[in-house]
Write a protein of this length. Structure first.
Length: 304
């Protein structure tokens, strides 16, 4: 069984239903990817590396992970912190607006409370948000961990997922993002992220910037425009089906990543994996919230 560890933060998600009504669930960029990877490839072992509190919401999250068959062997407790929280509102086009309460969340202390680093795993996944919520000392600990995992033969996967409010300025964010890209074997740059962070206006700009990083497999997501992939075999453009009934785009990129990685781990080629990831993402954005009902995904997308 292939073993994957995904690092980041899962928060309490409150989705507005109009008026004062809210639906509570749990979500976060890397957690969403973990869920959709596991749902797509049930035969893959998926562990989530994070820190949670000792509050009742943290306990509920553990049960939610169990329901999703995500291993909690890398979930640590931080007695003085609780889970982060965010609220999301969506407009008629499915675009979302967020409000966050996460500055003092337990996940910001993950590398400080981690006692047994993951070892002998096949894949390690992290994002720009995973890095942004840490202080500089913990960021160095993270890169020490990644160096050790690479030495063991682990594949490193990175998604920039740039959120300006989590960084002091663009220059700091660029420096850390570039460092993350430089250790990645697979990377998922997004068109919107690179436009906001680097000012890149097209795929050529993105691939040109990443060329010195020597990333083995670069998968550029660009919304409805499609997916452009570059690896040792060349470049590939994979169109995606248009989704007319868009309800909530909250987890589109996360879902794509989960589906793509599930397909790659299952032995599929890059174009087939991109098509599969796009199908997972296209299904997810037709439902409210980051994590959609299991049956809704099963009806639209077969497991690998």
């Amino acid at each position: 069984m292939k073993k994957v560890v995904i690092f980041g933060e899962c928060m309490v998600e409150l989705v507005s239903k109009g008026g004062n009504d809210m639906i509570k669930s749990f979500a976060g960029d890397t957690y969403n990817t973990a869920v959709y990877l596991k749902r797509s490839a049930p035969n893959v072992s998926v562990s989530y590396l994070t820190a949670i509190g000792e509050d009742f919401l943290s306990n509920e999250l553990l049960f939610a992970m169990g329901d999703e068959q995500i291993n909690t062997d890398q979930v640590y407790r931080c007695s003085k912190r609780n889970l982060g929280l965010y609220m999301v509102r969506t407009d008629k086009q499915g675009e979302r607006t967020f409000a966050y309460w996460r500055d003092n969340s337990a996940a910001t202390q993950t590398l400080n409370v981690m006692t047994q680093p993951p070892q002998q795993i096949d894949m390690f996944y992290f994002s720009g948000i995973s890095v942004a919520i840490l202080d500089d000392v913990q960021r160095e600990k993270l890169f020490d961990l990644i160096a050790e995992l690479k030495h063991q033969g682990c594949e490193i996967v990175f998604d920039p997922n740039y959120r300006p409010r989590l960084w002091p300025d663009k220059e700091v964010a660029q420096a850390w993002m570039d460092r993350c890209y430089s250790v990645a074997d697979i990377a998922f740059p997004g068109g919107d992220d690179h436009l906001a962070l680097y000012g890149h206006t097209d795929a050529d700009d993105v691939f040109g910037h990443l060329a010195p990083m020597r990333i083995g497999e670069t998968v550029m997501k660009n919304g409805a425009v499609g997916v452009r992939i570059k690896n040792a075999q060349g470049q590939f453009i994979v169109p995606v089906e248009k989704v007319n009934d868009v309800v909530d785009t909250t987890a589109a990129g996360d879902a794509f990543n989960g589906g793509y990685l599930a397909a790659r781990i299952s032995g599929k080629g890059v174009t087939e994996s991109a098509s599969y990831g796009a199908k997972v993402a296209g299904t997810v954005i037709q439902h409210p919230g980051a994590i959609i009902p299991v049956e809704a995904l099963k009806k639209a997308v077969n497991s690998l």
